[in-house]
Design a protein around this ligand. Structure first.
Ligand SMILES: Cc1cc2nc3c(=O)[nH]c(=O)nc-3n(C[C@H](O)[C@H](O)[C@H](O)COP(=O)(O)OP(=O)(O)OC[C@H]3O[C@@H](n4cnc5c(N)ncnc54)[C@H](O)[C@@H]3O)c2cc1C
Length: 315
């Protein structure tokens, strides 16, 4: 029987293709590490849903997440990063002193260190129109998109703290904000609820299940069911902010790395080291405070510099 060819052993495998992963790649390339970046989708879902980015220092206006992704791609090319796209990592495990990364296409890659930067994906509403109107009035990020709804009527779906934070961001711009909650009461912070009530333009609707988003080129209405009466009701709005949670993309490392209750990778915040020596993590898939591009980039840089130190010390 023919012997299986041994895998090439890289210095570093980066899992992900968002801001954290690409920044880690750039920093690692500058340290001359032999690396590959494996990603399901270059840029990721979150940037794909972003309409514009106005809070990244040094670049005044980025008209869309897609534009930011093409800037990342250009810079990655300059550093000759070896990016393997369309590869979803299925499992990460130890192989002797090294790490073995298996993908859904049944490929195997081996390395001396790993950076996990697999991010998050916003949980979708799962109603007709929900995905069709993404970037056409449906948003998952009020920090980013609230200013686009100046004097408009909007609905926030989700009455938890994230939903209330969205309503607070929107209250600076929008004319009227409905907060739709599936359960019998708004579950977000009482203090924020009181603050929003005082503003006068926020209306809370409980026992309400979003059923459909309607529109033509842009969103025009949201249809919901009153769960008490089963009556269908329609809100005429121009924006829908979905705050029904995020899904952290960490299923492939469950049982290998230590996760917190919301499935974020627990890291040492100084070094980005995870619970396994040699495996580092960065960005939205970790328990870092606040999920923003600039933070993901900073964390990616920290992780790569820590990897370099780790590899130098463990030659
Ligand atoms: C609608 C919206 C608008 C936003 N607007 C802004 C804004 O204006 N400003 C701002 O600062 N932040 C904004 N954010 C937040 C910002 O997008 C995130 O903080 C940032 O993208 C996190 O970067 P990341 O690299 O950690 O993860 P992500 O961007 O989520 O990237 C994760 C990467 O990992 C890949 N991946 C996932 N699982 C696997 C796997 N198993 N195998 C291989 N690859 C995998 C994905 O394909 C993707 O490439 C917004 C978020 C949303 C949802």
């Amino acid at each position: 029987m023919a012997k299986k060819k041994p895998n090439k052993v890289y210095d570093l495998i980066i899992i992900g293709g968002g801001p954290a992963a690409v920044t880690a790649g750039i920093y690692a390339a500058r340290k001359k590490l032999d690396l590959i970046l494996l990603t399901q989708k270059f840029g990721g879902d979150q940037l794909a849903y972003t309409s514009s980015i106005n809070n990244y220092p040094g670049i005044k206006n980025i008209s869309s997440g897609a534009e930011f992704v093409s800037l990342l791609r250009e810079q990655a090319k300059e550093y000759k990063l070896d990016i393997i796209e369309g590869e979803t990592v299925a499992k990460l495990s130890k192989k002797g002193d090294n790490f073995l990364v298996k993908t859904k296409k049944d490929k195997e890659y081996e390395s001396r260190s790993v950076i996990v930067a697999s991010g998050k994906t916003p949980r979708k509403l799962g109603v007709p129109g929900g995905e069709d109107f993404e970037s056409k009035g449906v948003s998952y990020c009020s920090i980013c998109d609230a200013p686009l709804f100046q004097d408009k009527d909007v609905v926030v779906v989700g009455g938890g703290n994230a939903g209330l934070d969205s309503a607070r961001d929107l209250a600076k711009y929008a004319n009227k904000i409905y907060v739709l909650e599936f359960g019998p009461r708004i579950i977000g912070d009482m203090a924020t609820q009181e603050e929003l009530k005082k503003r006068g333009k926020v209306e809370f609707i409980v026992m309400a299940q979003a059923k459909e988003i309607k529109g033509d080129k842009f969103v025009k209405a949201l249809l919901y069911e009153d769960r008490n009466t089963k009556e269908k009701k329609e809100l005429k709005i121009q924006g829908v902010f979905v705050n029904v949670g995020n899904v952290t993309s960490t299923d492939f490392i469950k049982g290998f790395l230590e996760l917190n209750p919301v499935k974020e990778i627990i890291i040492n915040h100084k070094t980005n080291q995870t619970s396994i020596e040699g495996v580092f993590a960065a960005g939205d898939c970790t328990d870092v405070s606040f999920k923003q591009i600039i933070i993901a980039c900073g964390e990616g840089a920290k992780a790569a510099l820590s990897v370099n130190k780790y590899l130098t010390q463990n030659k």
